[in-house]
Structures are given as C-alpha cells and as structure tokens.
Design a protein around this ligand. Structure first.
Ligand SMILES: Cc1cc2nc3c(=O)[nH]c(=O)nc-3n(C[C@H](O)[C@H](O)[C@H](O)COP(=O)(O)OP(=O)(O)OC[C@H]3O[C@@H](n4cnc5c(N)ncnc54)[C@H](O)[C@@H]3O)c2cc1C
Length: 446
C-alpha cells in the first residue's frame, strides 16, 4: 500500500459523491475551514449531467443547462478550498465513531467524518434509442421534465407508484397520455392507480413491452416500437414524449452491509437529520431520498450533512461553562476516547435546570429530554421517547448511545480557526473534460 503523507493524514471530512448533494456539503464544510476532500466519482456532476434545461432550481429565472449548473456547484465549492479526486471510491471501512477509511484501489484515505452522497440512478429499459434520445423526448424524471411536454402525446412506461405519480403530474401538461405496462395488472398501490386512471386525458396500453424508441426526421422521438407480451405481435405507437418510470437504484453498493439501509438499499438516517446509525457517518441526497429526488432537495440535505459533520468534529463551546459543549462529565467507567472519535450529539446542562440542551449549531433535533440507561433520546415525540427508553436501537427516533456521546468530546480540534492553506486539489482541481465524464446526450429538451 502506498503510504504518502497525504494518505496517512486524518482528514476532517471526506465526501463521497459529486452531485448537487456532495458539492453542497463540500461548499459548507469548506467555508467552515474543514478543507473537505471530495471523491466526486468518474461521472462527476451526477444525474444532472444527463439532462438539458433545469428550470426549477431557484435562482435561475431563465433556466440553466444541467452540466453547466454542476460545473458552477463544483467551482463554488473549490473556491473555498475543496479538494477533488475525480474517481470512484472502490471500498470503504466505516467505523462507529472512529476513523473512517476510504479506498481507491489500495490507496487508503482517512477521515474523522464521512458524508455519503452517491446519489441514485434511474432504472432503464436498456432498449435502442433510450440513451440516444435522452433530452430529445425520452426522460426518466416526470417532475423535472413534464412541463416541457405541453400539448404533446406522451407515454409513461411502468406500472408502479412512480409511473402513476409521473403520469398524474405530466397529464397536467400533455394533451394525451398513455401508461404502458408489460402486464395487465398494475403493481401500483390502489390509491395511486385510482388517482391516475381517474384523470381524463390518461389511458392505458397493456400488456405491451417497449422494444425501441424511434427518432423522426428532426432527430427527436417520434414513435415507440412495442411488442404485445401475450401474443408477441409488434406494433408502433406515435409519441413525442416518453417517460421511463420503472424505479431508481440507490448507489449505496460501496457501503452495503456497513451502514443501515432499507430493503431497497437507501441509506437510513435519523428523522430530521443526516446522521446514520454510525457516529461520524452522514448520508445526504438521493442515496437517502426515495420521495423527492430533486436537485434542490439533494442540495438542501447536502447542507444539513455538512452542518452535522461540522458539529460532530467541532463541538460548539457552551456559553455557560466555556468548555466544549459536547463534553459530558468524564467517568472512569467510560471507555477512553479513540483518536478521531466523535459523538453523534452534544449536549450541556443549563445551570439550575435538569434539562440537557443541544448547543445552537447542533440544535437540529431539539432538546434531549429523556435519558435511559442505554439510550439518549433527542426528539420531542412522547412515543419516540418511550421507544427510546426501551432501547429502539436508534433507527427511527433519534436515540443515541451515551457511550458514543462520551467518547466524543475529548478530542476537540487543536485550532478551529485555522485557515485553508491550499486550494489545489489532491489529484485534480480543474474540472475534467466532459469527455471523461461519460455523461449522456445533452441536446435541447422539447
Ligand atoms: C434525466 C434527469 C433529469 C433531471 N432533471 C432535474 C431537474 O430539472 N431539476 C431537478 O431538481 N432535478 C432533476 N433531476 C433529479 C436530480 O438530478 C437529482 O435529484 C440530483 O442530482 C440528486 O443529487 P445527488 O447529489 O444526491 O446524486 P447524484 O446527482 O446522483 O450524484 C451522485 C454522484 O456520486 C457519484 N458516485 C456514486 N458512487 C460513487 C463512488 N463509489 N465513488 C465516488 N463517487 C460516486 C456519482 O458518479 C455521481 O456523480 C433529474 C434527474 C434525471 C435523471
């Protein structure tokens, strides 16, 4: 293993993922002088590299092209000292409050905290024309692109909740909309299905399987070639818009088995926070979110992740005691803090009260008001507090282990006012060319 000083160093924060969530986390941690190291992935920029106009990101009244927007996100993070590595992380070794390790091949990078921002990928049909006509009539995001299809004849392909949701949304713009499904029955929940099928301009075509997206003379989608699933008979359906709505795959493979995920592979975080089940490990953006999946929501959680990580690294000083607020009373029975060990939460007791409070920058999850022998609860909810008392493992209610809390505070940063010394990247500080990104077609949307 190569052991350069760069790799032996324990970074304050490593961010994995270079989409809206990762770049926003980088911006905030860079402005907090944490000099983040971002593994932005070979396909830096994320999903927006595969689209054209983005018209729903606040601050761009005229709209902006997806790749240009991501270059701006990146440049803004770089301006404050972010370092980038334009490669995919191969492996991580996550720890509960200890040193987090990230590997590029055999090269090891270490950090006190890691922010996971690997995003998600829409599932694709894998048929001819699908990638080539991306941004020219074929899309995978109804909420993002539906408004570009005013007055069009549109197909939505899929039979689950995503398809019903996309169809209902796009029907507000399209003249005619057909939901195409490979089975006669729809997998969607009854409520979603009933809502979609009640819309006047929505009809269905089943059981049909799309075979090819076919371009017209103008190079944009003109029709879709299909096969009837039961008879094998082929047909062509005219359409100038087609939305593939067959679900998403979170890019959590690199942390699989190490951090808590749901059954679909989305990383679980505490409600209202970006904390995972491991102290010092935070998760943001589409790798967590199977509901909203927008650039602005990904950026929002990126900001949250940065604040959570900053708070874990640099416990705020208590106004009342002048000492780091995260320091709970030292106890001989508590394990000695490991180098780089962190607390998921920091609290202090206000003089004259029995309540424990989170100091201001950490006050993301309100008062700590219940302590049980094994768990500390950070939520107002009475139900969650009682779950905490019985030891709910912290997965849903924001409970944290006091032992982890105690390990925290003995390692405050030597200098929290340190200024960034170098703004150049470890490997690459200039954005790589689009050719390297492997990004898809970027021609004008309809
Ligand atoms: C066709 C399309 C059009 C869209 N249009 C819009 C729109 O108009 N408006 C809008 O708000 N949203 C839009 N979206 C949704 C938006 O792109 C996503 O919600 C947003 O990009 C999610 O951001 P993210 O940072 O969480 O993840 P992503 O954008 O998915 O970025 C994740 C990044 O992490 C990298 N990565 C993954 N694994 C690793 C690894 N092991 N090591 C290093 N890096 C890794 C990936 O390469 C990628 O660069 C669109 C999506 C699509 C697919």
């Amino acid at each position: 293993m190569s052991e350069s000083s760069e790799q032996q160093k324990v970074e304050d924060v490593i961010i994995v993922g270079g989409g809206p969530a990762g770049y926003t986390a980088a911006l905030y941690t860079a402005r907090a002088n944490l000099e983040p190291l971002v593994f932005e992935g070979f396909r830096w920029g994320g999903q927006l590299q595969n689209t054209t106009d983005v018209e729903n990101y606040p601050g761009y009244p005229e709209g902006i092209m997806g790749p240009e927007m991501m270059s701006r996100f990146r440049a803004q993070a770089e301006r404050f000292g972010t370092r980038f590595v334009t490669d995919d992380v191969d492996r991580v070794e996550l720890s509960d409050g200890g040193v987090q390790k990230v590997f590029l091949g055999e090269e090891e990078y270490r950090a006190k905290t890691v922010i996971l921002a690997m995003g998600a990928e829409p599932k694709r049909l894998g048929i001819p024309g699908e990638m080539e006509l991306g941004g020219r009539g074929v899309s995978t995001c109804g909420v993002c692109d539906g408004a570009f299809f005013k007055g069009h004849r549109v197909l939505v392909i899929g039979g689950g909740d995503s398809a019903m949701e996309d169809a209902t949304f796009i029907s507000k713009f399209a003249d005619e909309l057909t939901i195409v499904n490979r089975r006669d029955e729809f997998r969607a929940s009854k409520i979603m299905r009933d809502r979609a099928l009640a819309v006047e301009n929505i009809d269905t075509l089943t059981p049909y399987v799309p075979l090819e997206f076919v371009a017209g003379e103008d190079g944009k989608l003109a029709k879709v070639r299909m096969r009837r699933a039961d008879t094998g008979e082929e047909t062509e359906v005219e359409a100038t818009g087609a939305f593939v709505a067959i679900g998403h795959v979170p890019r959590s493979e690199v942390v699989a088995g190490q951090v808590a995920t749901d059954e679909d592979g989305y990383i679980k975080t505490e409600p209202g926070s970006t904390r995972t089940n491991l102290a010092g490990v935070f998760a943001v953006g589409d790798v967590v979110d199977h509901t909203y999946r927008q650039a602005v929501t990904a950026a929002g959680t990126g900001c949250m992740g940065a604040l959570d990580a900053t708070c874990a690294i640099r416990p705020p000083r208590s106004r009342h005691t002048g000492s780091p607020a995260a320091s709970p009373p030292r106890s001989r029975s508590r394990p000695a803090a490991r180098a780089g060990a962190l607390a998921p939460a920091h609290s202090y007791r206000r003089p004259g009260t029995q309540k424990r409070y989170l100091p201001a920058p950490c006050r993301l999850s309100v008062h700590i008001s219940t302590r049980s022998s094994t768990w500390t609860c950070q939520t107002r909810s009475r139900a969650a507090r009682s779950a905490c008392s019985s030891g709910c493992a912290g997965s849903t209610c924001g409970c944290v282990r006091p032992a982890a809390t105690s390990a925290a505070a003995t390692t405050p940063r030597a200098s929290t006012r340190r200024r960034t010394s170098s703004r150049s990247g470890t490997r690459s500080s200039a954005p790589p060319s689009r050719a390297r990104t492997g990004a898809g077609a970027t021609s004008t949307k309809r």
